[in-house]
Design a protein. Structure first.
Length: 270
C-alpha cells in the first residue's frame, strides 16, 4: 500500500480500540475502523489492549471519539445533504452510516487517498464516496470539490478533525476562508489544541509525552487556539464550543476529559 500519515493510523486505531477496551455506553461506534487498518490492525490495537488505561492512550481515544461523535451528530441534526471531510484519513462514515440522501466528499492528499482506496477494497466495504485529491497549500478547495460533483449552492457540513494543530495559523486561516465561500447555513466542525497556559495537568502530561514523538515523525504541532481565539479565526461564522468534559460526562473506565483540545462549530450566517 502507499504511505499514509502516522496520525491517520493512530486515529483509526483509537476509534477501533474504544469498542474493545472502554466501557459501555460507548461515546462513538466505528466498527469499520479495525477493518480499514488491515494488516496493521493487530499491531496497533495491541497497545490499547495491553495498556488501555495508560493516560496517553486513553487520552488519544478520548480526543478521537469526542470529535467524531460531535461531527456526525452535527451532520445528522443539520439535515444537510453534503458532508465534506477535510483530511479524511481512514474515516469510515461513507461506508458505515451514510444514507443515499447524503453525498460524502473526502478531501485529502492523493497518497492518503490511494492508501484509503486500497484499504476499502481489501476490507470489502460498500458505500459511495467522492475522493477529492487536494493540496491544501496550493489548490482552491471549492473549485476542487465542485469538479467532483459538490454543489456550492447547497449548504454542507464540513468536518476538519485532528488536522489544525499540524498546520500553521496562516494555513488554518486560508482553509477557513475557503469554507466561508460555501452556501450560507454551511457548518464547519473542527478541533484545536489550546495554548499551554490553558492546559490542565493531564493535557500538559500528554503534550510532554506525545509532542516530541510526533515531531520526530515529521508531524509537529504548529497551531494552538483557545475557543475565543478560534472564534476570532471564524469571524464570518456563528460559533459555539464544546469540551471533552461536556461530551464524556462521568465514566467508570479510563476515559477522562482533559483541557487539551476543544471542538468549535461554526455556522455560516445566512
Amino acid at each position: 500500500m502507499t504511505d499514509i500519515s502516522r496520525t491517520a493510523l493512530m486515529a483509526a486505531a483509537a476509534r477501533a480500540a474504544h469498542l474493545i477496551v472502554d466501557d459501555e455506553p460507548h461515546v462513538f461506534s466505528d466498527p469499520l475502523a479495525a477493518p480499514l487498518l488491515g494488516e496493521r490492525a493487530e499491531e496497533l490495537l495491541a497497545y490499547h489492549r495491553l495498556h488501555g488505561e495508560h493516560p496517553v492512550l486513553a487520552g488519544a481515544r478520548a480526543q478521537v471519539v469526542c470529535r467524531s461523535r460531535f461531527a456526525e451528530d452535527t451532520l445528522h441534526a443539520s439535515g444537510h445533504t453534503q458532508y465534506v471531510l477535510l483530511g479524511a484519513g481512514l474515516d469510515s462514515y461513507a461506508h458505515r452510516a451514510a444514507g443515499p440522501e447524503v453525498r460524502v466528499f473526502e478531501a485529502d492528499r492523493a497518497a492518503t487517498q490511494e492508501y484509503k482506496r486500497d484499504a476499502v477494497r481489501s476490507a470489502g466495504l460498500g458505500g459511495a464516496v467522492q475522493y477529492v485529491a487536494v493540496d491544501f497549500e496550493r489548490d482552491d478547495l471549492v473549485t476542487r470539490l465542485a469538479a467532483h460533483g459538490f454543489d456550492p449552492s447547497l449548504p454542507a457540513v464540513v468536518a476538519w478533525l485532528g488536522v489544525t494543530m499540524y498546520l500553521t495559523p496562516s494555513s488554518v486561516a486560508r482553509t477557513v476562508a475557503a469554507v466561508a465561500r460555501l452556501a450560507p447555513g454551511s457548518i464547519l466542525v473542527l478541533d484545536h489544541m489550546v495554548p499551554e497556559a490553558d492546559r490542565d495537568a493531564a493535557a500538559g502530561a500528554y503534550v510532554a509525552a506525545v509532542g516530541p514523538l510526533n515531531a520526530s515523525h515529521g508531524e509537529p504541532w504548529l497551531s494552538f487556539f483557545s475557543p475565543a481565539g478560534m472564534a476570532g479565526v471564524l469571524s464570518g461564522f456563528a460559533t459555539d464550543h464544546v469540551s471533552q468534559e461536556q461530551l464524556l460526562g462521568d465514566r467508570t473506565d479510563a476515559l477522562r476529559p482533559s483541557n487539551l483540545t476543544w471542538i468549535t462549530r461554526g455556522t455560516l450566517r445566512r
